[in-house]
Design a protein around this ligand. Structure first.
Ligand SMILES: Nc1nc2c(c(=O)[nH]1)N[C@H]1C(S)=C(S)[C@@H](COP(=O)(O)O)O[C@H]1N2
Ligand SMILES: [Mo]
Length: 322
């Protein structure tokens, strides 16, 4: 990286992350009772010196239903090793260039097959429901992975506000295009804007999360500020960043990666160690931060969320519907 905008992590930062972790462990042991007493507020994460200027504290209450015992990917890796092609295809391009993106004012319009279409201001979306912290696995189709503490709430909370009609069978996410601020748009690999989609039952599943923050702060731009989705049982490319429009539709929407390379990327894109990408295996993954020589981790069916989501695909041939 040529232009480093934030200082390298001082020792104090490492300590605060360790403290953050032990607080979460304590909370885990204390259980849900502590949550009822409002412990989440007392334990809100310390402001980090790593935060980009645009980030602010976003208090979030840890939700023990989405706790994972895996070691978290460091805040530094989460915010400096990214895929966000609007800023370039290199892993450090988003870190280097995304600060130019304008994230206020920001609205998200929710439209299509809904009884009450509406345009929401991002600051109203932040107040729509209590912000929870959930630890999710993220598995990129490129066979690397992370474990990330996201802040937000289930997408279903927003969708219920607009009352989907019986014709709403699918949902489409449309993400931001800011020609002056996104140097990667010159690259025509993707037909911009970056678009993704889900079946409506996948979108309504409680695991499907609207994300506003990470590590106790609002999202850094490179992670999809001011709002992105996280669908932890699917390959990372399904989780669109910096969403501006959500459309409920009757037919399966065209999505960017399916348009770009349909032989390689399917609409479903469920993490599946048994179905290889045409050019590489999906059986194992490299955990970012573990070091280059660390043993690879076995990839789990539905990224470890089979118990929660496999019923969504009962009777489907997951080799054909990849
Ligand atoms: N708008 C947009 N969203 C996107 C992408 C992108 O290039 N543009 N990349 C996807 C891919 S391939 C992955 S793995 C995740 C990465 O999220 P992270 O950088 O927050 O870890 O974002 C997804 N969302
Ligand atoms: Mo990815």
């Amino acid at each position: 990286m040529s232009k480093i905008r934030i200082p390298s992590i001082p020792a104090s930062e490492i300590t605060s992350e360790a403290v953050w972790l032990s607080r979460r462990k304590w909370l885990q042991q204390a259980g849900a009772g502590a949550l009822a007493l409002g412990a989440g507020g007392l334990l809100s994460s310390p402001r980090s010196t790593l935060a980009a200027a645009s980030q602010s504290v976003l208090p979030a209450t840890p939700n023990p239903d989405y706790w994972l015992s895996n070691k978290l990917t460091s805040e530094k890796d989460v915010s400096s090793y990214n895929n966000y092609y609007e800023f370039g295809t290199g892993k450090s391009d988003p870190f280097e260039y995304a600060h130019k993106m304008e994230t206020r004012p920001w609205t998200v319009s929710v439209e299509g097959e809904v009884a009450k279409p509406r345009t929401f201001d991002i600051d109203d979306l932040l107040k729509l429901a209590p912000i929870e912290e959930r630890i999710y696995r993220l598995r990129c189709v490129e066979a690397w992975s992370m474990v990330i503490p996201w802040s937000g709430y289930s997408l279903s909370t927003l969708l219920k506000q607009v009352e989907p009609t019986s014709k709403a069978k699918y949902i489409e996410f449309v993400t931001a295009v800011q020609p002056k601020n996104m140097p990667g748009l010159d690259d025509r690999i993707i037909n911009w804007p970056y678009r993704e989609g889900l079946r409506i039952d996948e979108a309504m599943h409680p695991l499907t999360m609207l994300v506003f923050g990470v590590y106790g702060k609002t999202l850094p731009n490179q992670n999809g500020a001011p709002m992105r989705v996280a669908i932890p049982w699917k390959y990372g490319f399904k989780s669109g960043k910096s969403i501006v429009k959500i459309r409920l539709v009757e037919k399966m929407p065209a999505t960017s990666w399916v348009e770009t390379a349909p032989q390689e990327y399917g609409f479903y894109a469920n993490v599946n160690p048994q179905v290889a990408h045409p050019r590489w295996s999906q059986a194992t993954e490299r955990r970012i931060g573990d070091g280059f020589f660390a043993p690879r981790v076995e990839t789990l069916m539905f990224n470890g969320y089979a118990e929660q989501v496999s019923s969504l695909y009962a009777g489907m041939d997951l080799r054909k519907n990849y």
